[in-house]
Ligand binder design. Structure first.
Ligand SMILES: [Zn+2]
Length: 260
């Protein structure tokens, strides 16, 4: 067992690709130092599966939300049952919600409307949010300000600029870093991860997505979070124990997770 522990703040442990191996996967992650895993929900049809899987493992938490990449799967009639699920289950956040202006044929008006409705649910329940944002940081920041959203959250797989990062931090957000860090050519993200205050950084795998460098083509796994940590250690000046402890505390406090 490593002398440090880390938290995977974004892992789609419920995805069917893990059905045959999930128990072993969770064991391996724990053995690799991953003390807690957060599963974000992506669509209403999957919520029960997320809830069921999280209930099996004491160190697995979950969020529920409607993901902007699956707009055609969502309907506005799901907002009321979403709000009910949020109010009646031990969610740690509303998510994964957000804006994705990178996908082909995106409808920004529909995405922003769905985002606002879910930010409202988060506000009403005093919960933070797990954000997915691609090519839409300025619109996201504008929406958060317009909504006077003060619960903060995590911008997962952060890909914006230094000034956008700063604006998120001012709004009470942490920035998620994962497999992208391990790509030698990811200069912008590596530079940000090296220079941001540790208090703004959280770790994530986004498994089964966002494979690490050298592991392209295979499903990403939560145990590989240790490799993300090691890469961050190479980029920064603090000792590994400090980086592990602070990035974990960031997630625990923000999402009000209980240590186990
Ligand atoms: Zn995700």
């Amino acid at each position: 067992m490593a002398g440090w522990q880390i938290i995977d703040s974004h892992c789609h442990l419920d995805f069917p690709v893990f059905d045959a191996t999930r128990r072993q996967l969770v064991k391996n992650a724990q053995a690799a130092g991953v003390s807690h895993i957060v599963i974000p929900g992506v669509m209403y049809q999957d919520f029960q599966r997320v809830i069921d899987i999280a209930s099996i493992y004491p160190h697995v938490s979950f969020a529920l939300g409607l993901h902007p990449c699956f707009m055609q799967k969502h309907s506005l009639s799901e907002l009321r049952p979403l709000a009910e699920c949020i109010a009646t289950h031990p969610v740690c956040a509303v998510g994964e919600i957000g804006l994705d202006f990178y996908i082909e044929g995106y409808d920004s008006v529909a995405q922003i409307a769905l985002l606002k409705a879910q930010l409202k649910i988060a506000k009403a329940n005093q919960l933070p949010v797990l954000l997915h944002v691609r090519k839409a940081h300025d619109s996201m920041l504008k929406t958060l300000r317009e909504m006077k959203f003060e619960q903060g959250g995590i911008v997962h797989a952060f890909s914006g600029s230094a000034s956008q990062a700063e604006r998120y931090v001012q709004l009470g957000f942490k920035l998620g870093f994962g497999g992208t860090l391990t790509y030698p050519r990811a200069n912008k993200i590596r530079g940000l991860a090296a220079s941001l205050p540790l208090e703004s950084i959280v770790l994530e795998t986004d498994a089964p997505d966002m494979p690490l460098f050298g592991r392209q083509g295979e499903p990403n796994r939560p145990e590989f979070l240790a490799d993300v940590l090691h890469e961050l250690v190479r980029l920064r000046s603090e000792p590994i124990e400090t980086i592990a402890a602070i990035t974990s505390t960031n997630v625990m406090q923000l999402l009000a997770l209980k240590s186990n």
